[in-house]
Design a protein around this ligand. Structure first.
Ligand SMILES: Cc1ncc(C[n+]2csc(CCOP(=O)(O)OP(=O)(O)O)c2C)c(N)n1
Ligand SMILES: [Mg+2]
Length: 566
């Protein structure tokens, strides 16, 4: 059938399950936006800038399976590239569409705005080659095949892709497939799949202490249900890497916590490190996911990834994770009498601080633990907000974070995206003042679309987590003191948002009892040196790795240290 290139692209996005497009208009993508407007193919969600659009598309993809944004040549892609780099690092399928300079200008060598004006056309394509699984400049000849290749690659690989749509071709008609796009994994090679399943099942069945370790790919490839079924059948403990927080329901009886090397709870560490057959899912060790490389997985660990598995000396290709896990579940014998593992220490019940007491991190996170409820979507930005990783989550929660990439401000854009994908859920953002200042404008888009998240902002005068690396009292870790809780009003004159500035435990409790029928914005004022020991310890250790033995971190009073060891 005949269809214009722009309409075909929008149709394919729609067929791939994308219902919203984020981004910022510019002359090179306005024609595509007009096609979007005329066809009603997708809903437009304009953002304040392209970085936030890339974060929003990422947040959207986390809950929807795929997300997309459109930006305008040069200035747009380079603003968005940090976010797309994050999607690459965190394995999130995002389609970045850059409306680009007309093909006519390339044919005739005509310089155009939003370029380097140096007679070359490939700078941004080349830049994106480093942060995407695939990239292409669309032409009337290649659009019918390249659009499908890019959309399918993003979905299959769980990685971002980049396409340039020259502004003078979006309205041109080309011959395109009439059939809808089918997003399906290519089926496994039957023999490889059989052999792989047999090899895994044989080891698991022979083990006396099998265990499962889960990284974020388990969520991306949608195999958490299979992992829980397998754990149940084998009575095996399951731990997650912090990047996979909440991927396994934390109330699941075989869930044993977050594994982070020496920084883990003893029973979690024991369950993983002493296992005689560990099945690891998409494990990607870096310093912040391994307790600064203190993680020690058993030597015979089976490493399963989206499309390949390592078992002993054998590497299995052309197998898909879901098929492998389903086969293993069928093949392993049901275990009913595995010796009980050491149980997790009960969460210590702290006495509630008196209402007039100043709110501090300890009281704050204790209150948050009680505030969380089933089905919440939880966002954590960089900073003392990482404390959330240590809380025990109710059933069916989703965690949205950027543990590997760790770009501050991500959470605010991601919140917009995920709210757009799943507005019916309760979304709770945990963000520091420093992270919030990066992408705060997107609060206006969240309000504009009448979303109702709960936002918990810690105002501690700057970059507290960084003070644990270096600069305990240095001015480079200080930031301007905004009137954060006033921002809903600034960004939306007639807002019904409920804003609170909290200084005491009693004021926090009052804010927490506010109804969730509109945005709730809670700014809590805390001391710049207040952080719980796990956060400070992690920063202190990070400084050792970053600066080495000749670094300045040991100089007197230059680093925030945990209270007990100060
Ligand atoms: C884009 C980007 N720039 C800089 C950093 C370095 N960085 C990591 S955490 C952080 C400070 C976070 O401060 P805040 O959000 O206020 O959290 P707090 O620890 O104070 O609670 C900074 C600047 C980063 N991670 N990403
Ligand atoms: Mg701060």
């Amino acid at each position: 059938m005949k269809q214009s290139i722009g309409d075909f692209l929008l149709r394919r996005l729609q067929e791939a399950g994308i219902r919203h497009l984020f981004g910022v208009p510019g002359d090179y993508n306005l024609e595509l936006l007009q096609q979007l407007h005329d066809t009603g193919a997708l809903k437009w969600v304009g953002t304040c800038n392209e970085l936030n659009a890339s974060y929003a598309a990422d947040g959207y993809a986390r809950l929807n399976g795929l997300g997309a944004l459109t930006v305008t040549n040069g200035v747009g892609p380079l603003s968005a590239i940090n976010g797309i780099g994050g999607s690459y690092s965190e394995h999130v399928p995002v389609i970045c569409i850059a409306g680009s300079i007309p093909l006519r200008s390339i044919d005739r060598g005509q310089g155009m705005h939003h370029t380097m004006a140096d007679g070359s056309w490939d700078h941004f394509l080349n830049a994106y080659a480093h942060v995407t699984a695939a990239h292409a400049r669309l032409t009337p000849r290649n659009s019918a095949t390249e659009i499908d290749r890019l959309v399918i690659t993003a979905w299959r690989e769980k990685l971002p892709v980049y396409m340039e749509l020259p502004s003078d071709i979006a309205y041109l008609d080309i011959e395109v497939p009439a059939d809808p796009l089918v997003l399906a994994e290519s089926p496994s090679d039957p023999e490889r799949l059989r052999s792989c399943i047999a090899a895994i099942a044989e080891r698991l069945a022979a083990a006396t202490s099998p265990a499962i370790l889960v990284d974020a790919d388990a969520a991306r490839f949608g195999v958490a249900p299979e992992l829980m079924e397998l754990a149940e059948k084998m009575q095996a403990p399951v731990a997650v890497i912090n990047a996979a927080k909440a991927v396994i329901d934390e109330t699941f009886p075989h869930y044993v916590g977050v594994y982070n090397g020496k920084a883990s709870e003893p029973h979690t560490r024991d369950g993983i490190e002493t296992s005689d057959c560990l099945l690891a899912l998409g494990y990607r060790p870096i310093e912040v996911t391994t307790g600064d490389f203190s993680a020690s997985l058993p030597a015979n660990t089976i490493h399963a990834r989206g499309y390949s598995v390592d078992v002993g000396d054998n590497n299995y290709q052309a197998v898909t994770l879901k098929e492998v896990l389903k086969g293993v579940i069928d093949a392993v014998p049901r275990v009913t009498n595995r010796a009980a593992r050491q149980a997790a220490a009960a969460v210590a019940a702290h006495a509630h601080a008196d209402g007039s007491a100043k709110v501090n991190q300890a009281a704050y996170w204790q209150a948050m633990q009680e505030y969380l409820r089933e089905g919440d979507v939880l966002y954590v930005d960089n900073g003392t907000a990482f404390t959330l990783l240590g809380l025990k989550l109710p059933p069916k929660c989703t965690f949205v974070g950027s543990i590997n990439w760790g770009s501050i401000g991500y959470s605010v854009g991601a919140l917009l995206g995920a709210l757009t994908a799943a507005p019916e859920r309760r979304h709770i953002l945990f963000v520091g003042d420093g992270s919030f200042q990066v992408s705060a404008q997107e609060l206006s888009t969240i309000l504009r679309h009448d979303h109702k998240p709960v936002i918990f902002l810690i105002n501690n005068g700057g970059y507290t987590i960084e003070r644990g690396y270096l600069g305990k009292d240095e001015t480079y870790n200080d930031i301007a003191n905004w009137a954060y809780a006033d921002l809903p009003k600034v960004f939306c004159r007639d807002t019904t948002a409920r804003s609170f500035v909290v200084k005491t435990v009693g004021e926090l409790q009052k804010a927490l009892s506010a109804a969730n029928d509109t945005m709730i914005f809670v700014e809590s004022i805390m001391d710049a040196h207040d952080a719980l020991a796990p956060v400070i310890n992690s920063s202190n250790k990070g400084a050792e790795l970053d600066y080495g033995p000749r670094g300045p971190q040991d100089r007197e009073n230059l680093q925030l240290r945990p209270v007990t060891t100060r």
